[in-house]
Design a protein around this ligand. Structure first.
Ligand code: HPA
Length: 232
């Protein structure tokens, strides 16, 4: 089974034949969508819930990723809306995340009881999926570094200036928690970031988000890319 995990602006996926399911596990209940007809073998998970009710720090990441594991997911494309800190990924652009920094303080893990396990995340994302993405869209920026904050507020200008000095490229609120658990469950993952704003203090004036039609265009691009990468 292959999964697409998406968040802000992507609570629904256009053009896929999906049927809603709610599954339970020890961490909670998860609403997800299973592919039917031509999309059999695909699972779509809106990480905030399809009504976008769960703020980033309130998402039950373990319930979400356990649900994927229970349904036999082995490959996933995870899609993240981000703010741009460096011009390696500007608003309106889509890139491949290569690494992350975790400023959430949330320490999401499946290994907080029983056996002590320290998984390695020195190569956290699937090389094969990254190569497939790049082959289909050579213009994709690679090796984007995503710094994860707890949110739900956006960052201060001083926080972003600090992140910029460290060389981080984009900021968002979900990747570190989710990618850690995907790695712990050995799900081969491609992380795609699409930028919808300059982060605080980076662009001119206040934080402003790009137009809806630009966001829609990126969503179309990403949806086509996902279909092609996952062969659906
Ligand atoms: N900060 C944090 N998360 C985000 C941003 C941002 O500027 N834009 C989209 N997600």
């Amino acid at each position: 089974m292959k999964a697409i995990i998406a968040g802000t602006g992507f609570d629904h996926m256009e053009g896929l034949s999906l049927t809603r399911r709610v599954v339970e596990n020890r961490w909670g209940s998860v609403e997800l969508f299973l592919g039917t007809q031509d999309d059999e073998g695909l699972l779509f998970l809106p990480r905030h819930g399809s009504d976008h009710f769960r703020a980033p720090h309130m998402i039950d990441y373990r319930a979400n990723i356990q649900a994927l594991t229970d349904l036999g997911v082995t490959e996933a494309v995870a899609i993240y809306a981000v703010g741009s800190i460096s011009d390696r990924l500007k608003p309106g652009e889509v890139g491949i995340v290569g690494d992350w920094v975790d400023f959430t303080g949330m320490g999401q893990t499946f290994y907080d009881e029983g056996e002590v396990v320290h998984i390695s995340v020195d190569e956290p994302f699937s090389r094969d999926l990254q190569q497939r993405a790049k082959a289909r869209m050579p213009s994709l920026q690679e090796s984007v570094v995503y710094v994860t904050t707890k949110g739900p507020r956006l960052e201060t200008k001083a926080e972003i200036a600090f992140f910029a000095r460290q060389g981080f490229d984009v900021v968002g609120m979900t990747l570190a928690s989710e990618a850690t658990l995907l790695a712990e469950r050995s799900i081969a993952t491609l992380a795609l970031a699409y930028s919808i704003n300059w982060a605080a203090g980076v662009g001119e004036g206040r934080v402003t988000f790009i137009d809806d039609d630009q966001i829609e265009a990126m969503k179309v691009t990403i949806t086509q890319l996902c279909r092609s990468i996952l062969s659906i």
